[in-house]
Design a protein around this ligand. Sequence first.
Ligand code: SF4
Ligand code: SF4
Length: 223
Amino acid sequence: MEPWLFVPGNYNGRIGVIWETCTACKMCVNICPNDCLHMTTELRVDVLDNAEGEYDGYGAELEVGGYAAKFREEVTEELESFDLITAHSAPPSEWKFAQVLDLSGDTATVRWNDSGQEEILAQSELRTADNQIVSGRIDIGRCMFCGLCMEACGFTSFFMTNEYDGMSGFTRQDLWFDANRTRVLPSVHQEAVDGELAKRATKERDKRAKAAAKAAKAAEEGA
Ligand code: SF4
Ligand code: SF4
């Protein structure tokens, strides 16, 4: 079927954010003339904690009292066909979150946030999560689609998509988009995400190398 409306390529449509690469610099927030953008934090798996292959192993360690996440296999199919850009609702959550109660050997005792139930499972099934990861809410009802926020973002995390759908509702609250409604899947912007991964992994690699050198020097001096 032919599209019924032609949208020019430079049309400023629905806002999309790659939260995985956002540094919380707030340039977008400060430049917005309509006070649409509000930064907050959320419980999430950090992009480095979620890395595989070249950057695997540079994420944070599981800690007692911290948070962990387990991938929800049951939503894989739904997520593959979910169109984040035009959806009128949030996508299903990829992760199930829990608080880490105990770590022993290769296992972890966790309490799931949704059910409050405790479970012992292999640490290899879990990713580290953090409840202080940058996130934001956009009041799209106040937005005039000027694009200043996108231009202000020096990290190519913030952009206006070409989409006009999914921006209507029956109440003003329906137009408050939490991070899960503006999130663009990292796989859609893999290049930007890979750049951020490389930056964070390099920083972590240098930190570990410095710590190892310091420990070796201390051992040498003590010998
Ligand atoms: S496009 Fe919307 S959110 Fe961005 S600066 Fe303009 S009014 Fe604010
Ligand atoms: S979206 Fe861009 S400009 Fe806004 S806080 Fe994140 S990195 Fe900064």
